[in-house]
Design a protein around this ligand. Structure first.
Ligand code: PLP
Length: 368
């Protein structure tokens, strides 16, 4: 199917910024700088400054950012860790891979963990919480941090979808013990491949993460501090990401502009429910623009047939994935949302015409 409006715009971005991409490639290739080199350090410094943390450690994916943080912070056998079922599997996977037990809490109507249900999930075994700032929308970090303090819990913020999002003017990722990011191509800041980052203010944790990402080596290749993995953010990817990062705030502004166009254009269209606006405490960076409809599957078919590429994240929540052994959870809001949610195209290179066409198609479907 040839789409008129694509869900992601990689080739468009490359064409618009070709000379800058090519210059970075040329510089890194000519210098032969590939592993743990200057470009990575500069990019880590820029991310740490942006988020407002002491450290940023580049790793090879958002998945490893979560897993290595969970390992370094000591999640293990016998521990329970609270998170959600409406997320990418990597959030839950990080807990399981450490030998700990995921405890899934339902989401609220902003698609993020329902802070009113966290406390009832806490037991004597609870070691931590992994809130997910889904779709670029911040979780209620004040409530989460209060509970963490009350019960002495570790908090890892899964900010894979929320670089630059703020709660009460503070960057998400900087509230908990660690914040994790993904640079998967479709993310707010995307690499031409995989990449991830952990941010933290904890010197010890930063050192442990550096060791874990590089087979136990930190200051010297000859001293092995622990068993680890090979999970470094490649220097070439870091150099490209750092070049793109100069435009990041401008791109977030564009995403918010597109979101506003959707908000206005889709208000009152059929049975569509727009993501609830939750006030000035929440600075949303719109990794995804999501809507809900009881006629979701039919609407998705209609949009695809009309040339608009849309995505469903995720049609099956984690506790309905047989292989994950989480079927003992009952999460009514998560279950409803997985049947009704769909994501519309949103990225900086999307034109106003693309957005208007998408809105017109949706309104056309409902006969508006
Ligand atoms: C919420 C969430 N957590 C974690 C990840 C994992 O990131 P990566 O794909 O870079 O491993 C993703 C990526 O899709 C995500 O959306």
């Amino acid at each position: 199917m040839k789409y008129r409006v694509r869900f992601v715009g990689y080739p468009r971005q490359y064409q618009q910024m070709k000379s800058e991409f090519d210059a970075v490639f040329e510089e890194v290739m000519s210098g032969g700088d590939f592993i743990l080199r200057r470009h990575l350090e500069e990019f880590e410094g820029n991310i740490a400054r942006y988020i407002g943390t002491k450290h940023a450690i580049g790793v090879n994916s958002g998945t490893d950012a979560l897993y290595l943080s969970a390992r370094a912070l000591g999640f293990g056998s016998g521990d329970e860790v609270i998170t959600v079922g409406h997320t990418f599997v990597a959030t839950v996977g990080a807990i399981v891979q450490c030998g700990a037990k995921p405890i899934l809490v339902d989401i609220a109507d902003d698609f993020n963990i329902d802070v009113e249900h966290i406390e009832e999930a806490i037991t004597s075994k609870t070691k931590g919480i992994i809130p997910v700032h889904l779709n670029g929308h911040p979780c209620r970090m004040d409530k989460i941090m209060n509970l963490a303090k009350k019960y002495n819990l570790i908090v890892i913020e899964d900010s894979a979808q929320a670089l630059g999002a703020k709660f009460k003017d503070k960057m998400v990722g900087s509230f908990g013990n660690a914040g994790t990011y993904s640079f998967y191509p479709a993310k707010l800041l995307g690499a031409p491949g995989d990449g991830g980052m952990v941010v933290t203010n904890d010197d010890n944790l930063a050192r442990k993460l550096k060791a874990l990402r590089d087979n136990g080596r930190v200051d010297s290749a000859d001293v092995i501090e622990c068993y680890g993995w090979c999970s470094r953010l490649d220097n070439l990817h870091a150099a490209i990401l750092d070049m793109k990062f100069k435009y990041f705030n401008q791109w977030i502004r564009r995403r918010r502009e597109i979101a506003k166009m959707y908000d206005e254009g889709l208000k009152g269209a059929g049975d569509i429910i727009l993501s609830p606006y939750q006030g000035k405490d929440f600075f949303d960076v719109y990794q995804n623009y999501v809507i809900c409809s009881k006629r979701r599957d039919e609407l998705v078919r209609y949009l695809r047939d009309s040339g608009v590429e849309v995505l469903i994240s995720w049609p099956k929540p984690m506790h309905h994935q047989k292989a994950l052994n989480l079927s003992h959870f009952t999460l009514p809001v998560t279950e409803r949302i997985s049947e009704e949610v769909l994501s519309l195209p949103i990225y900086p290179e999307l034109t106003d015409e693309d957005v208007k066409y998408t809105i017109d198609c949706i309104c056309g479907y409902y006969g508006n």
